[in-house]
Design a protein around this ligand. Structure first.
Ligand code: 5GP
Ligand code: MN
Length: 341
């Protein structure tokens, strides 16, 4: 976003606007952190703002401020459609294509509101009047911080907003661990602590609040783990039956794929989780070093994301999906074996 665009957005936000803020389907910590952080700011600035999430988000994020105000689209279609139709400004956060907004895709595409996109995923679509896209950023939460900085509104970051933004930075960087976590990210996190974010409390809320079902499912995931040394690959499957048998709750399997990636000499990991309701397997792909899973997810799994973290889906059953994975891997054998870590 250049300085002319910033100035024009700033002028627009000088008068109260009807604003809708949209995270991606299957919202994660960064999606919820960025939308609630921006929402807190816009509300305090006198705007009429509503966060509309395509579907529900995990329990382990429900402690966050403002999450009780989030309207869940698939449970409130009519009310949400009316709010979207009235919106003057729509913020698309932590995704860069209407396709990622699930069932909201049609109503968003039909809207004549002014769109603002703030996002760090690869290959953004070109639909927004104001696009702030930077694939080098750790998280959309970091970008919302920079956005407020560009608007010269940093002093308006309350402890609630700081907590929301810090949360998304923590979750999207794997606790400040990934390559995307730069010295600037750490400086932003430090400013957020100065503004009232409590890192210890946030970590406890996020990571020391496991359900028993999550730990039981982790045992299932680890026992289903398969390693393919020839391809420096490890994968995990979890069936709907296994989810049901262990009392699955939304969010329970978040991060499981990282256990597969944590194996020494594994550079690519994938998890497949059956969802009988949707008739698909949801998949997450993770890599170390130079191996690009965004390209792989786009090419083979109807998805996308970042170079080292992407998602997608399979329309086949588990057996056929694994056959497909095994048939794809030889195409990447050279890349996988050349990956430096
Ligand atoms: P996860 O595997 O945790 O669901 O997602 C990993 C990353 O890929 C996240 O940044 C997420 O937003 C993105 N992602 C997940 N699923 C999809 C998808 O179907 N399409 C695209 N373009 N990105 C996805
Ligand atoms: Mn993100």
């Amino acid at each position: 976003m250049n300085s002319t665009q910033i100035a024009s957005l700033k002028a627009l936000l000088d008068t109260p606007q009807k604003i809708v803020i949209v995270p991606h389907k299957g919202p994660d910590g960064d999606a919820i952190g960025s939308t609630t952080g921006l929402y807190g700011y816009l509300k305090n600035a006198g705007h009429d703002a509503t966060i509309i999430a395509p579907n529900d988000f995990p329990q382990f994020l429900k402690w966050m401020d403002f999450t009780e105000d989030i309207l869940i689209y698939d449970k409130n279609v009519d009310a949400a459609n009316n709010i979207i139709k009235d919106a003057q400004l729509i913020f698309i956060l932590d995704h860069n294509s209407f396709k990622r907004a699930g069932d909201m895709e049609t109503v968003l595409a039909a809207s004549d509101a002014t769109f603002v996109m703030i996002d760090h995923h690869e290959q953004p679509d070109d639909f927004a009047t104001y696009t702030y896209s930077d694939t080098g950023m750790s998280s959309t939460c970091q970008m919302v911080y920079h956005f407020l900085e560009m608007l010269e509104q940093k002093d308006h970051i309350t402890p609630q907003i700081a907590t929301a933004l810090y949360t998304g930075i923590v979750t999207d960087t794997g606790n400040f661990k990934y390559r995307s976590c730069t010295s600037t990210t750490l400086r932003v996190a430090a400013s957020l602590v100065d503004a009232g974010a409590n890192g210890e409390q946030i970590n406890r809320n996020l990571f020391d609040a496991n359900n028993l079902s999550r730990l039981k499912l982790l045992a299932v995931a680890l026992s289903n783990l398969v390693v393919l040394p020839q391809y420096r690959t490890a994968y995990i499957t979890i069936s709907q039956q296994e989810l049901d048998d262990n009392g699955f709750q939304k969010g329970d399997t978040e991060g499981f794929v990282n256990y597969a990636l944590s194996l020494e000499n594994v550079v690519f990991a994938q998890i497949f989780i059956e969802n009988k309701d949707e008739g698909i397997l949801k998949t997450s792909l993770r890599s170390k070093g130079t191996f690009d899973v965004n390209l792989m997810a786009r090419e083979h799994w109807n998805g996308g994301g970042h170079k080292n973290a992407a998602g997608g889906r399979s329309d086949d059953n588990i057996v056929d999906t694994i056959k497909k994975l095994i048939s794809i891997l030889p195409l990447y054998e050279n890349d996988l074996n050349a990956t430096a870590i």
